[in-house]
Write a protein that binds this ligand. Structure first.
Ligand SMILES: Nc1nc2c(c(=O)[nH]1)N[C@H]1C(S)=C(S)[C@@H](COP(=O)(O)OP(=O)(O)OC[C@H]3O[C@@H](n4cnc5c(=O)[nH]c(N)nc54)[C@H](O)[C@@H]3O)O[C@H]1N2
Ligand SMILES: Nc1nc2c(c(=O)[nH]1)N[C@H]1C(S)=C(S)[C@@H](COP(=O)(O)OP(=O)(O)OC[C@H]3O[C@@H](n4cnc5c(=O)[nH]c(N)nc54)[C@H](O)[C@@H]3O)O[C@H]1N2
Ligand code: SF4
Ligand SMILES: [Mo]
Length: 730
């Protein structure tokens, strides 16, 4: 599409905003995009990206039958017509020469590397036999599934039909769980994904950690750039001078692990100087007086020795936040599993936002909207005889989702009941869960482990059966009925065919169900029948969705409105400054700061994060993304580097407190990090030999995370608690 028609197209799509746009001008505009140029050997398909879980709407182009490129879909509110660098490089996933090609069954001891290629039917027969055996001996609850992303939906359906209640994803206890719990305890609702943050309209953005720009979640980064362009104040709190810090008005190089002290001091200033939104707090708040009394000790002078942030700076930044309220957004973060007291830190972030009146207000947090697309009318699932295995007796009373590491523990101990089978879909548990040795111990206790992956990852190496999935560019996935600023439903559909014997998740899930005698749970034969059924019920057109990739719904109000009482689904029906439910369970009703152990002399705290061109541990074999970055480096404070006689490019190994030693990795000597910590990008240092492009490149933070601090509220695993020393590599 040329620039002019693209502009016109954008105009059409924005003009149509606010009406249910499933036909008319929008549809024909989209046809002009997606059908264009077929005669020249060019074909385009509207689909969604899956290089991360933002699921941006995309238009993929095929030239002379070969996948060519992928760009943002201008109709899509997530991408707004532009993909992030990872999304653009996503085509490399299709061409990746390290891909799994056929189903594999392990021939020798678990963890060994002798495999037989088998047919899909042989693989399903093997799995079904084992599953029937586990059911007969231990009950269906003895099977658990780990997954990450929308691609797991159909397999979950099959395993629910089999009879288990045990499903978990690392996105809770290893990622955003503490945040969503902290916000739910305060406002009655979590922040969800995509986050309900109105970065676009904010006048003051506060980032604790949250390294937007390296963390490339598309909409957030675009909105961040716009907010900066519009002159928003940016306050960045990070022990490392991140990309976002480079855009900041105030950069606060905090001592790691002390954010709660800073948050309490900020709130102290805002309360004692009466800078908070009094009307909002009086109208919507519960327990404000008790809260104010509880934080009376938390002066900036008290916080200074903990955080290393000077009292003047704390006061100045607090006043700056108050000046812009309610359009001040203290970003809730996403990867919140840091130190084990993370739900309370997140609650402190929620409370600061509450004082500023930003929840439900423009420039703060919006109320996400979604289209109403009914689920498929399946028969009811069998009712499991036993409850979930991951959180026995509600040990973690505020866990609102299943805990991966709880399933792992039950698998090791056999309590509250044995777990004998694992299904692992699109999550590399070796890289995602802390303490690899515990994961291996759990795997050794299994009768069956099935891994569905696209490459021979570390976790696939431990499986009994490996099933090769087609990539997102070669398959359909479940409908994405998104909760976002604007309601929409998006479709992932195949752009090209899978190159070998790889299959899509829906087909795998359905075939396995049939093999297990559960065919009644799949009344549909193809996924397109399934789409048709759901969309027809919602009064939407599958044909239009196929062409446009996106259908948008009518825009409801997304901020609090005068005369409409907002809803806070907390026990008090208000914003809980003081939490009686926490108090009842023996926790602090108002967050308190608990110091985290500091590294001993000569050791550094190991921190980690994201790089703009990679996702977790899942993109290192992608030839395009690997060309942009094929290994990570260790950020080391320049003074410290001098002390060790190290310069940028020198190779070192890291040794952690438990004696685990990393692979050799290069140093980046830099002023941009505090002297008490080191930093690296997560996802490198692969140990799976069959991931040829990635094997042994850089160091793995995951290998060094042998220690973790469990959040007593919700079972999250704080992973910033590992200390390392540096050894020069000769
Ligand atoms: N390119 C890319 N983008 C991604 C992803 C990806 O894989 N690749 N993954 C997505 C996902 S699922 C997630 S959860 C997010 C993760 O991204 P974020 O939620 O932004 O992750 P954080 O852990 O908050 O951010 C890491 C930053 O926190 C800083 N930090 C470490 N310790 C502390 C501390 O004690 N206090 C403070 N204030 N800062 C600290 C580190 O120096 C680093 O700059 O990224 C998302 N976006
Ligand atoms: N040490 C450490 N641990 C962490 C983090 C960290 O920064 N450091 N980050 C945490 C966070 S925030 C998160 S969200 C989690 C992320 O944890 P995960 O989602 O488990 O991330 P990955 O390690 O990338 O594992 C993804 C797996 O899916 C496979 N895969 C990729 N595409 C497909 C596909 O289309 N189909 C199938 N079937 N498989 C596919 C990949 O090959 C890979 O094996 O990790 C958490 N754990
Ligand atoms: S943020 Fe980037 S990688 Fe994630 S879905 Fe969007 S384009 Fe793809
Ligand atoms: Mo995450």
């Amino acid at each position: 599409m040329d620039a002019l028609s693209r502009r016109r197209f954008l105009k059409i799509s924005s003009a149509t905003l606010g009406v249910a746009a499933s036909g008319g001008a929008l549809a024909s505009a989209a046809r002009a995009v997606t059908g264009a140029g077929a005669a020249t050997g060019l074909r385009t398909v509207a689909t969604t990206c899956d290089i991360c879980f933002w699921k941006c709407g995309a238009i993929a182009s095929v030239r002379d039958g070969r996948l060519w490129k992928i760009e943002g879909n201008p109709l899509d509110p997530l991408s707004r017509g532009r993909l992030c660098p990872r999304g653009t490089g996503g085509v490399g996933a299709h061409f990746d020469t390290d891909r799994l090609r056929t189903p594999l069954i392990r021939r020798k001891g678990r963890g060994g590397d002798e495999w037989a290629s088998v047919t899909w039917d042989e693989a399903f027969t093997y799995i079904a036999d084992k599953l029937q055996g586990i059911k007969a001996q231990h009950g269906p609850e003895a099977v658990a599934m780990f997954s990450h992303g929308i691609g797991g939906n159909f397999l979950k359906h099959t395993l629910k039909a089999y009879g288990t209640p045990n499903f978990a994803a690392p996105s809770f206890a290893q990622c955003r769980g503490p945040r969503d719990v902290g916000f739910t305890l305060t406002f009655g609702e979590g922040v969800s994904s995509p986050e309900r943050t109105d970065i676009l309209n904010t006048k003051c953005l506060v980032l604790l950690g949250s390294h937007l720009g390296e963390n490339m979640h598309n909409s957030q980064v675009q909105e961040f750039a716009e907010a900066v362009g519009n002159g928003a104040t940016v306050i960045v709190v990070d022990p490392r001078f991140s990309i976002a810090a480079g855009k900041a008005t105030h950069y606060l190089p905090i001592r790691p692990g002390t954010d709660t002290a800073l948050l309490l001091a900020w709130m102290h200033v805002i309360v004692t100087e009466k800078l908070y939104d009094r009307e909002y707090v009086e109208q919507f708040g519960f327990g404000f007086e008790n809260f104010a009394a509880e934080i009376a000790y938390a002066t900036p002078e008290w916080a200074y020795p903990e955080t290393g942030i000077e009292p003047d700076v704390i006061r100045e930044t607090a006043r700056e936040m108050a000046r812009h309220r309610p359009a001040t957004l203290v970003h809730p973060g996403r990867h919140a599993t840091w130190y084990g007291n993370d739900a309370q830190r997140s609650r402190a972030i929620a409370l600061l936002n509450a004082l500023l009146g930003s929840w439900g207000r423009k420039g703060g947090f919006y109320t996400p909207a979604s289209m109403d697309v009914p689920g498929y009318p399946y028969p009811p699932y069998p009712v499991p005889a036993r409850g979930k295995v991951d959180n026995p007796d509600h040990k973690y009373p505020f866990a609102i989702e299943a805990i991966t590491t709880g399933i792992r523990e039950a698998t090791i101990t056999g309590a509250p009941y044995p777990v004998k089978g694992w299904f692992v879909y699109a999550t590399n548990l070796m890289q995602a869960l802390p303490n690899e040795a515990e994961t291996i111990r759990a795997i050794q206790a299994l009768d069956l482990m099935v891994v569905i992956d696209v490459v021979p990852s570390e976790i696939a190496g431990w499986a009994d059966v490996v099933l090769p999935e087609s990539t997102y560019l070669e398959r359909h996935d479940d409908l994405n009925v998104e909760w976002f600023r604007e309601p929409f439903v998006a479709l992932r559909q195949p752009v090209v065919e899978a190159p070998h014997d790889q299959k899509p998740n829906w087909w795998i899930a359905r075939e396995l169900a049939v093999k297990l005698g559960l065919g009644a749970f799949y009344p549909w034969k193809t996924i397109e029948e399934y789409f048709e059924a759901r969309l027809t019920k919602a009064g939407l057109s599958y044909e239009t969705l196929k062409q446009q990739g996106i259908l948008r719904g009518a825009q409801p109000p997304i901020f609090f409105e005068d005369g409409v009482a907002p809803v806070f689904p907390t026990p008090s029906g208000k914003i809980e400054f003081y939490s009686l439910q926490l108090q009842e369970k023996g926790f602090d009703p108002v967050p308190r700061y608990t110091p985290t152990p500091q590294p001993p002399p000569g050791a550094f705290r190991m921190l980690f994060g994201r790089a703009p061109v990679h996702s977790f541990s899942r993109t290192q074999t992608n030839p395009i993304l690997a060309e942009m970055m094929d290994e990570n480096v260790v950020w080391l404070n320049a003074d410290q580097a001098r002390r060790y006689g190290l310069a940028t490019g020198d190779r070192i190994r890291l040794r952690n407190q438990d004696g685990v030693v990393s692979r050799p990795v290069a140093v980046l000597a830099t002023e941009r990090i505090r002297p008490d910590c080191i930093y690296m990008v997560h996802g490198f240092g692969h140990s799976a030999v069959r991931m040829r492009r990635a094997y042994g490149k850089g160091a793995s933070d995951a290998e060094l995370v042998t220690k973790y601090a469990v959040d007593p509220l919700m079972g999250g695993t704080g992973m910033h608690v590992n200390f390392v020393t540096i050894e020069r590599e000769s």
